[in-house]
Design a protein around this ligand. Structure first.
Ligand SMILES: *Cc1c(COP(=O)(O)O)cnc(C)c1O
Length: 384
């Protein structure tokens, strides 16, 4: 059964963005596409095959559950790496399917080793190293202890990588902290090498770092937001274009969100529309009802505030966003009919609801809005 709205992904935009990323990343550096949060709301089931076609064969997810979903859509030669949480009960599946995963705590190393030994198969781990973000990662004493454990258990632990994460590479305000983290990361890797451990892939950079600090790209970059066509922050975009003649945005938004008009209706002057007293018709009006609401990720904060596009014209949301419906004013757009396509995010004709304006109306970050798009909306990939 079709969902009441559809998220459309344009493959040409993904292609364009991947090409841009390749142009700023060292040719020897692997690009890992970050697809946590259902590929930032774009839909893992469409994003993995599309990116594989574009030559990306490394994907980063957050959890074992996300790895399992990614596994269902990946091709034979694609690597999946879990950067975050794995329930102990999922370790067997992870090791059996040769999923790579971060070890961020000594207890996790212990659990991985125990499981790998019982399965007579190696766990493919990335040592997550504390470098100054103070979120996850092995502290220096923990790392030294881990090195001892690894050296005693070579058969069951393959050190696929060493990883860390910057605490805000998107803002120049954090410059000193980033520099320091990078220095600490390199020092920790030297320490590992001196104890005979040679992580195959060293990685620390996300989208913002790979743009703002290209020297931190190392063996692999974990890039998410750029792939989908967004900048980590406006500051990163300005920093990038500042150094170039061409000031146009090299990225293209891959996603748009559309639904259809459910019905239209004439409203007499003076009547209240929708729940309560939130909106009163000051004149004779015409409205349309759309089958999306806050249960589909259309936030209540867009009540009396959001806009959509129908027949090429912007149309304001009036009254409250309901759980499954919104009501929009089409008084000035009388040709609208039930079944007409309506754009909630994206472009139609000359009109556009840009993602950033949508996020601004919502008073929230691109990342958050994207990640909040629910899984139960159909994702459709457009090939051109
Ligand atoms: C989300 C995430 C990334 C990707 O961040 P972008 O800003 O989307 O490129 C990289 N590394 C880790 C550890 C992450 O959690």
């Amino acid at each position: 059964m079709a969902s009441t709205s559809r998220i459309i992904i344009r493959k040409d935009a993904l292609k364009h963005n991947v090409r841009f990323i390749r142009s700023v990343v060292n040719p020897d550096t692997v690009i890992s596409a970050v697809i946590k949060g259902n590929a930032y709301g774009h839909g893992v089931s469409v994003i993995i095959p599309a990116l594989e076609e574009l030559g990306i064969h490394h994907f980063s997810v957050y959890s074992s559950a996300e790895a399992r979903e990614a596994c269902q859509h990946r091709g034979k030669h694609t690597t999946i790496m879990v950067m975050g949480f794995i329930d102990e009960g999922d370790l067997e599946w992870i090791i059996r399917n040769e999923i790579e995963f971060y070890v961020s705590h000594p207890l996790q190393l212990e659990q991985a080793l125990t499981k790998a030994r019982s399965m007579h198969k190696d766990a493919r781990i990335h040592l997550d190293i504390e470098t100054g973000m103070y979120r996850t990662g092995l502290t220096l004493p923990q790392l030294k202890q881990a090195a001892v454990v690894i050296n005693r258990n070579r058969d069951f632990l393959t050190i696929r990588g060493a990883a860390s994460h910057f605490a805000g590479a998107e803002s120049i305000a954090n410059h000193m902290r980033i520099k320091k983290q990078y220095a600490v990361f390199n020092k920790r890797i030297r320490m590992l090498q001196e104890s005979g451990i040679h992580p195959e892939t060293k990685h620390i950079a996300s989208s913002a770092a790979m743009i703002n600090y290209p020297e931190t790209q190392m063996d692999l970059v974990r890039t998410g937001v750029l792939i989908y066509g967004y900048w980590p922050t406006k500051e990163t975009f300005i920093h990038y274009t500042h150094r170039r003649k061409d000031k146009t945005d090299p990225l293209r938004r891959a996603l748009s969100w559309v639904t259809r008009v459910m019905l239209t209706k004439d409203i007499p002057e003076g009547e209240f529309i929708g729940y309560g007293l939130n909106y009163q018709a000051q004149q004779k009006m015409r409205i349309m009802v759309l089958p999306v609401g806050y249960c589909n990720g259309y936030s209540r904060s867009l009540s009396n505030n959001g806009h959509v596009i129908v027949r090429g014209m912007r149309s304001p949301v009036i009254g409250m966003v309901n759980m499954n419906m919104i009501i929009c004013d089409i008084t000035d757009n009388p040709a609208v009919r039930p079944g007409d396509e309506v754009t909630l995010i994206g472009r139609q004709g000359d009109a556009e609801i840009s993602f950033s304006s949508f996020a601004e109306m919502n008073n929230s970050l691109n990342y958050e809005i994207l990640a909040r798009l629910p899984d139960n909306i159909d994702r459709i990939i457009l090939n051109n």
